[in-house]
Write a protein that binds this ligand. Structure first.
Ligand SMILES: NC(=O)c1ccc[n+]([C@@H]2O[C@H](COP(=O)([O-])OP(=O)(O)OC[C@H]3O[C@@H](n4cnc5c(N)ncnc54)[C@H](OP(=O)(O)O)[C@@H]3O)[C@@H](O)[C@H]2O)c1
Length: 337
């Protein structure tokens, strides 16, 4: 039996994403299961992997990109006993999920409760776990506090807005003009970073400063976010969007600067967040938090903003849309269509 997947055989622009047919099905090894993938996210981080600029990634093409996935177990390997054929599961794969079939260690999988749409479930895996852990495990925000979210109309940004609103937190969200309505509809106060000074506007709105800032933009944005914190406030940087989109910024220098801010006696804190590092240090947190998010989804507390669902073979179009920031929320790739 053959199957389809998307591969890159060299790093580069969206054109390097190729939809190919493979003659031989992947077979699950010891402790692994084979999953028939139903849906994956197409996310900004996938575009960094595709370009070969994802920090710390040693993998060389050819390989399939794909940071997360949802699917149904189709075959169990030797000594795999936690799941049975037909069970629906999710995982953070980092690479490899732009495919119809994937083999994964069963120990890394999180079961998906009945009654949740596959696309909504996959939206929880990378973006919502990132948002949830930044709010609860890094910044420890509490009801009544105020926070600033950059890139608030994006996949992680919209997740932060929804989760903060459930927690009764006052949120300010930055985005371009096309994202203002979405940010407002998600309960946040929008700031157009292209036409307004974020610093001046925030000083007007919150003269005492804010409790936390969530910033994956980098460069001057980190500086502004840090300056806007009140005493005891925390900056959670979690990416370098500017650097990744060729708008400047030196990642090594920025890490050094963040370290320095933490050392200075300024009553404020910086805590860089990385979903991969946190999962490595606390694998149990990942499953616990993803399961909590599935429950929130079932109970109607969150409802991911899904802007587009495209077939897997249109991964190139999805990457172009992400790189042009042309949609609010997220794009999903439906597999097997
Ligand atoms: N550390 C981690 O564990 C982790 C996990 C997930 C994602 N990330 C990182 O987080 C970042 C965002 O990911 P994502 O999936 O949410 O991406 P996304 O869906 O592409 O969203 C990024 C958003 O930022 C907005 N934006 C661009 N420049 C901006 C600026 N200067 N100020 C404010 N907003 C700006 C874009 O739209 P507009 O310009 O139209 O507003 C877009 O809506 C990426 O760098 C990604 O690698 C890190």
């Amino acid at each position: 039996m053959s199957y389809n997947r998307v591969i890159i055989d060299t790093f580069g622009s969206p054109e390097v994403l190729k939809f190919v047919n493979e003659d031989v099905m992947p077979e699950p090894g010891r402790g692994e299961v084979r999953i028939k993938v139903t849906v994956v996210s197409a996310c900004f981080t996938d575009t960094m992997v595709r370009k070969g600029i994802y920090f710390g990634m040693k993998k060389k093409p050819p390989f399939s990109p794909g940071y997360d996935m949802v699917g149904v177990i189709d075959k169990t390997g030797p000594e795999a006993s936690l799941f049975k054929i037909g069970d629906r599961v999710a995982d953070l794969t980092v690479t490899g999920s732009y495919t119809e079939y994937i083999c994964l260690p069963e120990s890394s999988l999180t079961p998906i409760p009945d009654g949740i749409d596959d696309g909504e479930a996959v939206s929880m895996v990378l973006s919502y776990v990132t948002a949830y852990q930044m709010l609860n495990r890094a910044a420890h925000v509490r009801k009544g506090q105020s926070i600033l979210v950059h890139g608030a109309g994006g996949a992680v940004g919209t997740a932060l807005l929804q989760l903060a609103s459930v927690m009764d937190i006052k949120v300010y969200g930055t985005g371009s003009s096309s994202k203002q309505e979405l940010i407002h509809n998600l309960g946040a106060i929008p700031i157009d970073y292209k036409t307004e000074s974020i610093f001046d506007r925030m000083m007007e709105l919150e003269p005492q400063g804010i409790d936390a800032a969530f910033d994956a933009i980098g460069g001057e944005s980190f500086k502004t976010s840090f300056r806007l914190l009140k005493r005891g406030g925390i900056l959670v940087p979690y990416g370098f969007y500017k650097n990744s989109t060729g708008q400047g910024g030196n990642v090594a220098f920025e890490f050094l600067r963040l370290k320095l801010w933490n050392l200075l006696p300024n009553t404020k804190k910086v805590q860089f967040y990385s979903i991969g590092d946190v999962r490595k240090r606390h694998p149990e947190w990942f499953k616990e938090d993803l399961s909590a998010l599935f429950t929130m989804l079932m109970e109607g507390y969150v409802s991911p903003v899904i802007a587009k669902r495209l077939p897997l073979r249109e991964a190139k179009t999805a990457h172009e849309m992400i790189e042009n920031a042309s949609v609010g929320g997220r794009i999903l790739l439906q597999v097997g269509l």
